[in-house]
Every structure is written in C-alpha cells, then in structure tokens.
Design a protein around this ligand. Structure first.
Ligand SMILES: Cc1cc2nc3c(=O)[nH]c(=O)nc-3n(C[C@H](O)[C@H](O)[C@H](O)COP(=O)(O)OP(=O)(O)OC[C@H]3O[C@@H](n4cnc5c(N)ncnc54)[C@H](O)[C@@H]3O)c2cc1C
Length: 549
C-alpha cells in the first residue's frame, strides 16, 4: 500500500498554471487566513502553457477604444454562435482592470509614441490584442503564490475528485516522485488543469512534441466527467497552422506587424488578419503547404518581430531558425497544422461554467483552458482564475466542513495504483503512441460516422488493455499511466460528441464528410456530455445563452 498523506483546505486549486496561480493569489488577497492548497503535477515555477512568458494579452477591451460588446460579437462570429455570451462579456469587461493589475506588478505593456497601448488586430472585429513584454511572467506569478502563504504541493497529479451527496469535497492525488497518495478535503475546489494537449499525435511522431504544454492531458475533463459534472464542446477538435517541426506560435506575432500568409505559389491568402480557417483550408484541400512571408518588411519591422519571437515567446526559436539557415529577410517560413487537441483557451472544449466560473456541481469551479469560455486565452485564464477564487472564498462561511466517504477513497486509491499490482508487459510509451495514432486515424477531422464509431470501439478495447497489459515500474510511470487513461477518456468523449453533432462547423475543426454543411436549424446549441446514472455517457443539448448582443 502506498503511504497516504491527508490534507485539509478551504480552497483546493488543481493545477498551478496561469489560471491556478491567479486563483491562488486572489484567494489570499481576499482572505489571507484562508487555507489555500495547490496541487501541481509539475513544478509551479515553470509549469503550464505560460511556462516562461508571453508577448500579448490576446483579449483586452480598452475603455474608449473598443467595447466588451464588440468583443462578444467578434468571438461569436469565430465560434459560429456556439457561445454563452455572458461569460465572454464578463471576461472582456474585466480585462482592462486585469491589465492594470499586471502593470502594477511590473509587467510591461509597450506604448506607442502617443502613449497608447500597442494594440493588434487578430479578431474579426476590433483590436483586442494588447502587446505585452513579459518574458518571466510565470516565475513572477509563482513567486507571488509562494509568498502569499499558499501551500503548493508540486509533483502531485490529481487523480480524482472526491464527492459526497452530489457535492465536490476535495480530491486525491499521486505524488509522482514519492508515490504517496494524497487526500485533500476542501470546502471548494477550483479546477485549472488546462486542456488536453497530448491528444492527436503530432506530425513529428514525438509524444511530447505538442504545441500546447504536454503535461496537460485532459485530466480536468476526465476527473470532472467521472465525478458527474457536465462538459461541452468536446467535438471541437482544434489544430493551428504553426511553424513546421517546431509547433511554435508565429501568426499572432507576425501578421499584425505586416507579414503575409501565402499559398504554395506565393500568392497572399488575405491581408492582415487571415483567419486560421482560411489557412487550414489550404491543407484540407491539398494545396499545402502555406507560408508566412516577411521578405517585403522593413529591417526595423523584422527586428521587432525577431525580438518578440526570440525573447518573450520562445528563445528556442532563434536556435531553430539559425540551425536551419532560415532568415526572415530571405525566405518564407513553412507552416504545418499542429496535432488536433482539446482546449477551452484556443477552442471551446471545457466544463460547463457560468460567468461566475461555477461548474455544474456544487463546490466545483473551473477556470482557464479546462472551462468552456470559448477562445479565452491567457486573459480568460487570469480573469476566471480571479472570478473562481472570489466565488470560492465567498462560499466558505456558507459551507460546512467537508467529510469524505472512506470507501470511495479506497476505491479511488485502488484505481490509481492498479497497474503496480498487475503483470502487464506493454511499454507505456508504445501504448500511448498506439492510442494517439488511433486518435489520429478515427477521432479527428475529416470525421464521419464510420470513423467515429471505430474511435469509440477502439477506446473501449484500449481501456481494457490499459488496465491489464501495460507495464508500470515506478511512481513516475504510474503518473504517466494515469495521464494516458485521461487521454483515452477524452478521446472517447470527443468521438461520442462528434457522432452527435451531425453537421460540419468551425472549418476543419469539426468537419464531417457525411454531413459537410453547417446546420443551424438543428445544431445551433451546445452538446452537453455527462456520465449517466448507469455509468454510460449521456449527451443532451443546451440552448445558447444570449443576453449581450
Ligand atoms: C505556445 C502558446 C503560446 C500562447 N500565447 C498566448 C499569448 O501570447 N497570449 C494569450 O492571451 N494567450 C496565449 N496562449 C494561451 C494561454 O497561454 C492559455 O490559454 C493559458 O495559459 C491557459 O492557462 P491554464 O491555467 O488554463 O492552463 P496552463 O497554464 O497550461 O496550466 C495548467 C496546469 O495544470 C497542471 N496540471 C494538469 N493536470 C494536472 C493534474 N492532474 N494535477 C495537478 N496539476 C495538473 C499543469 O502542470 C499546468 O501547470 C498561448 C498558449 C500556448 C500553448
């Protein structure tokens, strides 16, 4: 039996990335005496999609320049209407206050000669991206969390949510270094585990060579589903055209600064902001590749782009381009779609939440890429990190001390350590490779009824093999094994939801060859996925919530 460690929290935050750090800081600002615990699967100083820094807050509505209503309009166009407007509105409304708070912490937002923030156009309407110069944003946030007296439990991966009488009352975790089983009771739980980056297999074939942070394996989606919470947008499998072989961002940095996206013949696919859908179409219709061209830009502009790409965004980019002999002044940069993945920050996949970041079960909040606030990016992670902490702290004096069901804990512990007791022989990396190859074969676009049904069947078969045939020899591999189980669950849920959405929507992201047209009459609504009483997946629909436009 693994050693068990018991903890108590007022607020338990699962995931110490952008949203988790912000939630922890806000909870302590509001109630310094509150016991706030963060479970972080990696090391909080560098974990998550932020990991170092970022070059822009992608959604900021600056008073007097743009409006939150215009943002909602623009966002709704992008997600083709599948959006509850109020949460996006609240995010945009609070975004400028967030920027000012970050500025107060010393984060730089460059201004032009008139003293205005540097804004860039990346949405269909308005200029909502505000340039940011923050190469060490993640370490700064982590330091703030640690200084505020939050208990951070690094290398501890949440493996399940604890429930009692329909309420979430804590979580269990596995310390991947020591193998300890951690049980934390909490009055409120905030899920901030990001999306499912390790979903489809990247073109490179490397398991961890994904665009989004590879430690994000859909754990939050899987844990919430198992506990009985509602999820939505699982059928929206996203992929972005990025730098071939590096899977690093390029478009939002280069296009607003004058770069062009061209087709294989060097013809521009549009001017300025070119929607991802238009670029992906080149690949979908086999006219690929596409390129980002900067050869026409002034030396000054190219240097500006290089300084962003090679410092704040990803220092590795400089080495990558140098080693390949690629100079932006001379050659265009080849694009390639990333693997397909699930994400509430870039796509729409997530727990069903309202504008208060409350999930569908009492005691549970969700913020950032794990929550369904469409394409909320870093702004959403920060804003709803704060909003969730406000709700959680506010709930404390109305919530009795949580008690946990020991028989449930025993079952969850047995599930977490299952392969250690077995005699599996299949290497874990090989198993993950096969699982994600089958995701590529059957669960991602172009989708159709045959392929999606195959995906569901394969996930059922692979689940059995995952339980009995995989070899795990230490606690680190046990953590990896649990992650693979979460990827598997996400794939099954995504295929099941995709089967139900009998139409095509979001360009390539949910293209069904058997239903190639968008069908608003039947599908302008959310598909909600939940575990039914009988243990099978239940899919219902939910109307779109307006209220802003
Ligand atoms: C390369 C890249 C560039 C980007 N650039 C920009 C940009 O310039 N501007 C912008 O606005 N947005 C940008 N984004 C989007 C933005 O970074 C994300 O939307 C945001 O950081 C998501 O925050 P999060 O807290 O939801 O997830 P993350 O920050 O990824 O955090 C999730 C955390 O949860 C932890 N975790 C996962 N599972 C578990 C578990 N079971 N138990 C414990 N811990 C767990 C992970 O280790 C991680 O630390 C970018 C994203 C990427 C990938």
């Amino acid at each position: 039996m693994a050693k068990r460690v018991d903890m108590d929290a007022d607020v338990l935050i699962i995931g110490g990335g952008s949203a988790g750090c912000m939630a922890a800081i806000r909870a302590k600002e509001l109630m310094p005496s509150a016991k706030v615990v963060v479970f972080e699967k990696g090391q909080i100083k560098r974990s998550g999609s932020l990991c170092c820094g970022m070059d822009g807050l992608n959604i900021v509505s600056i008073p007097g320049k743009d409006s939150p209503e215009l943002y909602v309009e623009s966002s709704s166009i992008y997600v083709e209407g599948i959006e509850d407007q109020m949460a996006s509105y609240v995010m945009a409304k609070r975004s400028f206050g967030l920027l000012q708070k970050l500025e107060g912490w010393g984060i730089k937002f460059p201004r032009d000669e008139k003293g205005d923030y540097q804004t860039l156009r990346v949405h269909s309407k308005g200029k909502f991206l505000v340039a940011m110069d923050a190469p060490e944003l993640k370490t700064m946030l982590a330091d703030k969390v640690l200084k505020s007296g939050v208990t951070v439990v690094n290398r501890t991966s949440a493996t399940s949510l604890l429930t009692k009488d329909g309420r979430v009352v804590g979580a269990t975790g596995l310390n991947i270094r020591t193998g300890e089983f951690v049980v934390c009771k909490a009055k409120a739980v905030i899920l901030t585990t990001g999306g499912c980056a390790r979903f489809g297999l990247p073109n490179s074939g490397y398991l961890f060579g994904t665009y989004d942070y590879p430690g994000n394996t859909g754990d939050g989606y899987a844990l919430a589903y198992q506990a009985g919470a509602q999820l939505t947008g699982l059928e929206c499998t996203v992929s972005y055209p990025l730098i071939k072989d590096l899977e690093a961002p390029l478009l939002y940095i280069t296009l607003p600064r004058g770069a062009q996206v061209t087709n294989v013949d060097g013809k521009p696919l549009g001017e300025g902001h070119v929607p991802m859908k238009v670029i992906l179409k080149e690949f979908e219709e086999h006219r690929d590749p596409a390129f980002v061209k900067m050869t026409h830009l002034s030396e000054e502009k190219i240097r500006e782009i290089e300084s962003v790409l090679f410092s704040t965004e990803r220092p590795v980019q400089q080495r990558f381009f140098e080693q390949r002999g690629l100079n932006f002044r001379e050659k265009p940069i080849e694009l390639k779609p990333t693997e397909f993945y699930l994400c509430g920050g870039h796509g729409i996949t997530g727990l069903v939440v309202n504008e208060k970041a409350e999930a569908s079960m009492p005691g549970l909040y969700a913020a950032g890429d794990v929550a369904n606030v469409p394409r909320q990016h870093l702004t959403g992670a920060f804003v709803f990190g704060e909003v969730s902490a406000e709700g959680a702290i506010d709930s404390l004096d109305k919530t009795p001390q949580p008690s946990i069901d020991e028989s449930q804990v025993a079952q969850l512990e047995a599930n977490t350590y299952l392969p250690l007791a077995g005699s599996g022989k299949v290497d874990l990396a090989t198993f993950e490779y096969k699982l994600r190859r089958l995701i590529n074969d059957y669960a991602v676009p172009p989708k159709n009824s045959y392929k999606l049904s195959q995906a569901v069947e394969w996930m059922d078969k692979l689940e059995q093999a995952w339980k009995t045939e995989v070899k795990v020899s230490d606690s680190h591999e046990l953590g990896h094994w649990n992650e693979v189980g979460h990827i598997l669950s996400c794939a099954r849920l995504s295929a099941q939801a995709s089967l139900e959405r009998k139409e095509s929507r979001w360009g390539l992201w949910h293209y069904r060859s058997d239903y190639p047209e968008r069908n608003d009459a039947e599908f302008l609504k959310h598909l909600v996925v939940q575990k039914g009483e009988d243990g099978a997946t239940k899919i219902t629909t939910k109307p779109i919530q307006g209220g802003v436009l």
